[in-house]
Design a binder for this molecule. Structure first.
Ligand SMILES: [Zn+2]
Length: 281
């Protein structure tokens, strides 16, 4: 017997998501989609998988929720693209896309509150590299949580990263316009190749984040674990900048796909294709 629940008393998980969000029912039944965990308000954090190759790439949108909702839109467009163009998942690649790392913030819209999770914690100040109990967004103090990994959303992502052992990770943010490589202490994996590769392919310049002190950043925690990771800051706070970023994801795949056939003759068709992922204004 199914209990009848009046609509107004349904838990928040049953509220309709805004149109930006992928519906919770799988819209693409032929593509594996799974939840890596839930938010404080019990919204699923969805991951999509494309390909099952040796090299694992992870793309994450929306860690700053509704304040950077265009990164969610970008991630959803990438999901649609790889669904419609399976040949764009290159040989040797396993690609995961997590469009909404902070689903509770997303529903709060474009505001400081929308940047934070339901506990009013900034999820990109809650990671284990150089975590600090005082954290900032520009000159505004924000909560980093009571300790590193105090938040459900951060824990879900951390567990996911530890289980899939990524070879490269991108976190999409907006709108500082640049590529910012993760670094932690002496660890700076991928700064020699991934920053320049992404700059060439996306058109966003590689930059150092010097505007203010950032603590507990996700890409820095990945760097500490020797995983090349970058913050990709879109230019705009509204546009998904899909073409820039599809180019970036293709170039990143090429780095590993071409490497995966080392020992064999380089595939001239793949090589030629990969040479084309250069951003041209
Ligand atoms: Zn951000």
């Amino acid at each position: 017997m199914i209990a009848e629940t009046p609509a107004e008393t349904l838990p928040s998980t049953s509220l309709p998501f805004p149109t930006l969000i992928l519906p919770t029912a799988t819209p693409y039944p032929d593509i594996p989609q799974f939840s890596i965990g839930t938010s404080w308000e019990e919204r699923d954090i969805w991951a999509w998988q494309f390909g099952d190759g040796f090299y694992t790439l992870v793309l994450v949108g929306g860690i700053h929720g509704g304040a950077e909702a265009n990164t969610v839109r970008l991630s959803e467009l990438l999901v649609s693209h790889f669904r419609e163009n399976p040949n764009d998942v290159l040989p040797g690649i396993r690609l995961f896309i997590i469009p909404v790392a902070n689903p509770d913030g997303l529903v709060r819209g474009r505001s400081l509150s929308g940047r934070l999770n339901a506990h009013e914690v900034d999820l990109n100040r809650n990671w284990g590299c150089e975590w600090s109990d005082t954290a900032y967004v520009r000159d505004t103090p924000v909560s980093p949580g009571p300790r590193p990994f105090s938040e459900l959303e951060t824990m879900a992502l951390r567990t996911f990263f530890l289980s899939v052992s990524p070879d490269a990770v991108l976190f999409y943010h907006s709108a500082a316009g640049g590529i910012f490589m993760g670094e932690c202490g002496d660890m700076a994996p991928g700064v020699d190749w991934m920053g320049p590769l992404l700059e060439d392919a996306t058109g966003y310049p590689v930059r150092k984040f010097t505007a203010y002190e950032v603590s507990g950043d996700a890409t820095n925690w990945l760097a500490e674990r020797n995983v090349p990771a970058a913050v990709v800051e879109l230019y705009s706070a509204e546009q998904p900048e899909f073409e820039h970023n599809l180019n970036g994801v293709m170039a990143l795949q090429c780095h590993f796909a071409l490497d995966s056939i080392t020992g064999a003759q380089p595939d001239p068709v793949l090589q030629q294709r990969c040479d084309s992922y250069m951003w041209r204004d």
